[in-house]
Design a protein around this ligand. Structure first.
Ligand code: PEP
Length: 256
């Protein structure tokens, strides 16, 4: 399985800035064989960047999309409109859940729509600090995982990526903490165990599981060597070209 390194740019970079970043990154990047490099710019930048991107070197992800293909949904962009423009879409990010009120039902519909439109969904799951402190991590992870995958058929389950992102470790959060590799290992094990119960051993083993939460060049190597972690979802550090490039090099080194 490849190692997935996904940069989530969130609401940063206008189209010109995004294009310059992409240009510089592509120039710097070798052709990684075992590392899938993905960046997720704002929706407005996706179309122009899709014409600029060298898909042999990297891929584009959307940060969000709506599950209906067309209709009276002011302000939305559908997965069908993004088909052919992006290869991936981040779904259920904690900022969508807690700022925009997306629940597991909405997340499930988006997962289904992504797969239907040949866009690989990256399902984000993770507990908040208070859920962890009340000992609810396992329940939250299970609920978000099963809730988010509910509308994906067994036949399509191998087209999905999971990202474990403890909300308390995301750098934009108040007093973000650093998740220890052991804490990550424990939850990733739980994710795979839950997948095994529902979909069987093969699915559980083959599902790429990424980690995200304040990843930077000094901790990337440690997270990438956590058993069961197949990649990283990176917010803040992906905005700094040199840091993102350093993380890619670390990923390549860990693989070899
Ligand atoms: C994220 O928001 O997906 C994320 C992991 O952010 P950061 O790397 O900045 O913590």
């Amino acid at each position: 399985m490849k190692t997935f390194i996904v940069g989530n740019w969130k609401l940063n970079f206008n189209v010109g800035e995004a294009s310059i970043y992409l240009h510089k990154l592509q120039k710097k990047l070798p052709n990684y064989r075992d590392v899938e490099v993905v960046v997720a710019p704002s929706t407005i930048a996706l179309q122009p960047l899709s014409l600029q991107i060298d898909r042999h070197k990297m891929k584009l992800a959307a940060q969000n999309a709506f599950y209906r293909d067309y209709g009276a949904f002011t302000g939305e962009t559908s997965f069908s409109q993004l088909r052919g423009v992006v290869d991936y879409c981040i779904i259920g990010h904690s900022e969508r859940r807690y700022i925009f009120g997306e629940d597991d039902k909405m997340v499930a519909k988006k997962m289904e729509a992504a797969v239907r439109n040949k866009i690989t969904p990256i399902l984000c799951i993770g507990e908040t600090e208070s859920e962890r402190s009340f000992g609810e991590t396992a329940d939250v992870i299970r609920d978000q995982l099963l809730g988010g995958l509910r509308d994906v058929s067994e036949e399509d389950i191998d087209k999905v990526l999971i990202a474990y992102e403890p909300v308390w470790a995301i750098s934009s959060g108040k007093n973000a903490k650093i998740a220890s590799p052991d804490e990550v290992a424990e939850v990733v094990k739980l994710i795979r165990k839950t997948l095994e119960e529902i979909y069987g051993e093969k699915v559980a083993e083959n599902m790429p599981v990424l980690f995200g939460g304040s990843v930077n060049p000094s901790n990337a190597g440690a997270y990438l060597t956590v058993p069961g972690v197949n990649g990283l979802l990176i917010g803040g550090a992906s905005l700094i070209l040199s840091e993102f490039a350093d993380i890619l090099e670390i990923a390549k080194r860990v693989r070899s």
